[in-house]
Design a protein around this ligand. Sequence first.
Ligand code: SF4
Length: 195
Amino acid sequence: MENPAVRDKRGGKVIFLSHCCLNQNAKVRGIARYAGAVTPLVELLLQEGVGIYQMPCPENSYLGNMRWGMVKDQYNNPMFRRHCRRLAQEVVDQAENYLQCGYQVLGFVMMDGSPVCGLNRTPRPKNPEELWGGMTWYLPEQVYVPGRGNFCEVLQEELEGRGMGDLPFAASPEFDEVGNMEDALAQVRGMLGVE
Ligand code: SF4
């Protein structure tokens, strides 16, 4: 029943974004590409009238904002994976409930280049034999390799476990080395069903 004084204008479409797509302040210092949000991505979503669900930032809610840049291997431990699992369960609860209530969940936009939210590219130690960690005056080399970050893996496992594994995924690139923004926007347009 609608309130006669208010016309409900909701479009019934929701897309899930990695936290830093909307808040670049969450990123490790030195790699925020935008002042606030990933502007071209968010402009597209606003223009198309899509509801935006901001997923929590697993890194910021685990180590805080004063953390160093890390590789996937450093986060790939049971404690951090459990943290990701808890966050993913809450995110998937929301997606499941939107579907139960007849909304369209258009998909998930992750962050390529992240050890945690990467979908297609994630940083790993250049020398796979080397254990990372130690004092900051020794920095080993990292490389971006094909693969998912820890949160992305756990999120997709959680979706699959609930029969929602066919929801589409795309990723915004942290920088040019890990992907092309135009390609990412084309993928998101595909999720929205617009050219
Ligand atoms: S990529 Fe993921 S973990 Fe990294 S800052 Fe963005 S939301 Fe946080």
